[in-house]
Design a protein around this ligand. Structure first.
Ligand SMILES: [Zn+2]
Ligand SMILES: [Zn+2]
Length: 351
């Protein structure tokens, strides 16, 4: 085995560019390091991060969601996830594909039903991480307007404790406009709720869903969190796979600042950026040395298609495309098995 100098070793551990050249040495190590006392909080129990090492964790899916703007009339068809039996079957299919844990990215203003999540976890044995927060201004409950950011933060921290949330997310903003003042207030509040609880944060960006979404939107989200003291290492900037960015410029900037990059709309609906382009973007991102800051998921909302179950497709469809493009198996393993656990693991604070 090649002897490494201390400096080279440090470069590898830090996820530097040398890593791509030495994947075997990396995989020979014991696996990711977690802070002392760190846990992953599912709706049923607290797990040691090592307990999820054998399977894939999807950090942004929806197992219960009924998303519509506040005051909008009920749709003619109920949301697909309202059929718990259907979702149980979909989750079982994902388990057969090697998925062991799913983070549900919804919260009350997205029509998330916690009892449904508990039922799905009980009936399938999958680990489910529930999440908290607010989605975007058009979905906020009316009382958000009259509360200040500290009140919102304190209430979110208490809600997280009462409901065993394991993350805050997805936290988003309206499409086709800069982040509104109220949204800034909510982002700051979520940042402060993170400081109270230590729960990790993941965001929603409107990339691909409108003509006027600024390319820098994700960087701006990071600015707002950092302004209240959140470390970028605890934040995933989401939906960056829907930004047509052939040079991977924005995601490299996000990662350079220390945050996670969420390539998290890996469903088969390729209406934003086709997989071929996404794969090229990711190869550039990985070649720049950022394997330890990438998270993949599909943001699937339960709608059954002719292609059948979709929750597992990040692993079964997208990951093979990365391998075909030359990404090594060890690297894929790091991204699917290790990175989500590193993102979710946190040392709880007393609230
Ligand atoms: Zn989203
Ligand atoms: Zn989502």
């Amino acid at each position: 085995m090649t002897r490494l100098s201390r400096r080279e070793t440090l470069t590898i551990v830090a996820g530097g560019a040398a890593m791509g050249a030495l994947p075997r040495l990396m995989s020979a190590a014991k696996g990711p390091h977690f802070p002392k006392g760190a846990i992953i909080r599912t709706i049923q129990k607290d797990l040691r991060p090592e307990e999820l090492a054998s399977g894939v964790t999807l950090f942004h899916e929806h197992l219960s969601i009924d998303l519509r703007p506040r005051n909008a009339p009920p749709p003619k068809q109920p949301a697909p996830t309202s059929d718990v039996n259907l979702i149980v079957e979909e989750v079982k299919a994902a388990q057969r594909d090697g998925i062991v844990c799913i983070v549900d990215g919804g919260h009350p203003d997205m029509g998330r039903n916690l009892d449904n999540l508990k039922q799905i976890a009980e009936r399938t044995g999958i680990h489910i991480v529930a999440s908290g927060g607010y989605y975007m201004e058009r979905n906020y409950p009316p009382e958000i307007a009259s509360k200040n950011e500290d009140q919102i933060a304190e209430e979110l921290a208490q809600e997280a404790k009462a409901n065993r949330y394991g993350a805050f997310g997805e936290i988003g903003e309206n499409p086709n406009a800069p982040m509104s003042e109220t949204e800034q207030k909510v982002f700051r509040a979520v940042g402060k709720a993170h400081l109270r609880t230590n729960l990790p944060i993941f965001t929603h960006n409107a990339y691909g869903t409108g003509p006027n979404v600024p390319r820098e939107a994700g960087l701006h989200q990071l600015d707002v969190f950092e302004a209240v003291g959140v470390k970028p290492q605890r934040v995933v900037i989401g939906h960056t796979c829907c930004l047509d960015d052939p040079e991977a410029d924005i995601i490299k900037q996000i990662a350079k600042r220390g945050a996670w990059v969420g390539f998290d709309r890996m469903n088969t609906v390729e209406q934003f950026v086709p997989d071929e382009k996404r794969v090229k973007m990711l190869v550039k991102f990985l070649d720049a040395g950022y394997v330890n800051q990438l998270l993949l998921s599909s943001d699937f909302t339960g709608a059954r298609t002719a292609e059948g179950p979709l929750y597992g497709r990040t692993k079964t469809v997208f990951a093979p495309k990365l391998m075909q493009a030359g990404v090594k198996e060890e690297t894929i393993h790091t991204i699917l098995y290790d990175n989500p656990r590193r993102f979710l693991a946190f040392v709880p604070k007393k609230v």
